[in-house]
Design a protein around this ligand. Structure first.
Ligand code: FE2
Length: 132
């Protein structure tokens, strides 16, 4: 399967949507690599990319929220902080175990959490930004 920024996931904010596309592209690259039997070498690389990209992307979302007085800022930021830590924990374990199937499953699980966050919380943010 491939992740795609469907209408359902679009926030309507150009910067946020562009960065979400980049994130999903990195995930797809990882899945493609796994399909070609390259999973072990690329899971670590993609995991590290995601971990870094997510930090920059979350910071951009938070800047937009502060600038526009978003009422859901505190809980949205709390999610970001927890997510960065959880993703980092998953990614940090990869080199030790040489990208096992369980690493891949854990990473995949984190992506699922991120997609759900986009679908509900970022979408809500996008709607707010369009009105304000
Ligand atoms: Fe977010």
């Amino acid at each position: 399967m491939r992740y795609e920024l469907t209408k359902e996931l679009e926030t309507g904010n150009a910067l946020i949507d562009k960065e979400h596309r980049e994130l999903l592209k990195a995930v797809n690259d990882l899945l493609d690599a796994c399909g070609k039997g390259e999973g072990r070498s690329s899971v670590q690389k993609t995991g590290a990319f995601l971990s870094n990209y997510v930090k920059t992307h979350f910071a951009h979302e938070e800047q937009l929220q502060v600038k526009n007085g978003y009422p859901g800022y505190t809980s949205h930021k709390a999610f970001h902080e927890k997510y960065k830590k959880d993703l980092n924990d998953v990614v940090e374990k990869i080199p030790l175990s040489d990208a096992s199937i369980s690493d891949l499953a854990a990473l995949n699980n984190q992506i699922g959490v991120l997609v759900a966050h986009i679908k509900f919380e970022d979408k809500k943010l996008g709607q707010f930004l369009q009105k304000n």
